[in-house]
Design a protein. Structure first.
Length: 472
């Protein structure tokens, strides 16, 4: 019965997907319906299961928007769905959630609120500006800047606000000039420091520093646009010493597997590819039936191994079907994935080149013999051609497809010091979406195939093979 269900109102955090709470992340993976605001970071929605229904709440007009959203939630609950209302930042800080909760309460709908990191604290942390600090600031206030400060009647008492040590303004970018004049009028010094941070926690984060007398002009000159958070007070000066974000090297990592974060650099993980398993069960069954005929079975990537065994279990079989055949892996990552399943590859090329693998096949003697290849839809054409040249018979099973992600966020490429690529597909997708990186940015390939692709595309590249995270 739907009345036994409850909805979860979840704070999505300031934008970066890795800043959502663990509970919020767990709920997103289980939700059938996610009703989100347009400001919610699109990367966070990638945590949802494939079958989840994603509904942008901004499709409703502002007139009775809360009621309309509440009715939608009620409808989905009656359908027996698990529903999340996803709010940017923290739901209870300028989240405009009260009207929705009031409507839900009328119908006896139970709800649970999962806090999120609000833009004020996130912006302060990413700018190195403690909102409170001994001998500098012992009080802080969060204020909406969406309201016109010159309005005769309003909720914000600017006279009281101006007496607070640190003032954090939400939704104030457009009104910053008039708000600054109002704060000066109510006693703040024109020289009071101000920081404006846009796109907090995201790769295109930008910060402008000024004071109350000139911040409006600087915001226009630097073309700062919402979403932004504004911090007013002497704590802004601390950013000169504590702005870790601007001081450290920034690395864009484009591979699928999450990198290790304990290092000297700031890592932005934005995968440039998606992998999805194929659905051809009958073809797979025929491939498995042919295993005893193979002189060798080659896995070309960790994903080839992963999706092969996933499909194997789905048809009621396990690794014992591989006992009659020798196994080779094109990459160390494929070999490691295989090892994790209790199987040691008979051959792994030390240089991860197709040529070394083909030399092995030549010495093995594959003339008029079948060689199984488990790969992606677009991958390893060169390997199959090489097998044919050795008079072997390649028998390929396409385990997965490599796709371009539906959403790739806007990036300020000038922000990055390094960009790391782990597959040729990631390189091509990056160039199609963002163009060539600035010359000062160091480009790194993690494997031979990617290195060769970067060379062909006239991108200066350095190899870093210890990060073996290849996709194809």
């Amino acid at each position: 019965m739907w009345k036994n269900k409850k909805i979860y109102i979840v704070g999505a955090g300031p934008g970066s997907p890795d800043l959502i709470t663990l509970k919020g992340f767990s709920l997103l993976k289980e939700a059938d319906v996610i009703i989100y605001d347009s400001l919610t970071g699109k990367g966070i929605l990638n945590f949802a299961k494939k079958s989840a229904e994603l509904i942008c709440a901004d499709k409703f007009s502002s007139t009775q928007k809360g009621k309309r959203i509440a009715y939608l939630i009620l409808k989905k609950l009656r359908e027996g769905k698990n529903v999340i209302r996803l709010k940017n930042g923290d739901p209870f800080i300028f989240g405009r959630i009260t009207e929705e909760m009031e409507e839900l309460s009328k119908y006896g709908v139970k709800f649970e609120v999962v806090p999120g990191i609000t833009s004020a604290t996130a912006g302060a942390c990413f700018a190195g500006l403690p909102l409170t600090s001994r001998n500098i600031s012992s009080s802080v206030v969060f204020v909406t800047g969406h309201e016109d400060p010159f309005k005769e009647s309003g909720f914000v008492d600017w006279e009281k606000v101006s007496k607070i040590d640190t003032i954090v303004l939400y939704m104030a970018t457009k009104n910053i000039s008039s708000i600054a004049r109002t704060l000066i009028k109510n006693g703040k010094s024109p020289s009071t420091p101000v920081a404006v941070i846009s796109n907090v926690s995201m790769p295109d984060q930008k910060m402008v520093i000024g004071n109350l007398s000139d911040i409006g002009k600087k915001v226009k000159e630097e073309k700062i646009v919402p979403p932004s958070i504004i911090i007013v007070g002497e704590v802004v000066k601390l950013g000169e010493r504590f702005n870790w974000f601007s001081a450290q090297k920034k690395v864009l990592y484009t591979g699928l597997i999450s990198p290790e974060f304990f290092g000297e650099d700031i890592i932005f993980h934005i995968p440039m590819v998606e992998v999805k398993p194929t659905k051809e069960t009958e073809k797979f069954k025929r491939f498995i039936k042919s295993l005893p005929e193979f002189e060798l079975l080659i896995f070309t990537s960790r994903w080839a191994v992963n999706f092969f065994f996933e499909k194997l279990l789905k048809i009621g079989l396990d690794s014992r079907v591989l006992s009659p055949v020798k196994i080779a892996c094109s990459t160390k990552s494929a070999s490691d994935e295989l090892k994790g399943r209790g199987i040691l590859a008979d051959f792994v090329p030390s240089s991860e080149t197709s040529q070394e693998l083909l030399n092995f096949l030549h010495n093995l003697g594959i003339a008029e013999k079948k060689v199984g290849v488990v790969s992606s839809l677009s991958g390893d054409r060169g390997l199959c051609e090489g097998i044919k040249k050795l008079n072997g018979i390649p028998y390929k099973y396409t385990a997965y497809k490599i796709l371009t992600p539906k959403y790739l966020p806007p990036l300020n490429l000038q922000l990055f010091d390094e960009i790391i690529f782990s597959s040729p597909s990631a390189v091509r997708n990056f160039l199609e979406r963002y163009g060539k990186p600035p010359e000062r940015v160091r480009i790194i390939a993690t494997n031979t195939k990617t290195f060769e692709t970067l060379i062909k595309l006239n991108l200066i590249s350095e190899r870093r093979l210890e990060l073996d995270v290849s996709v194809t």
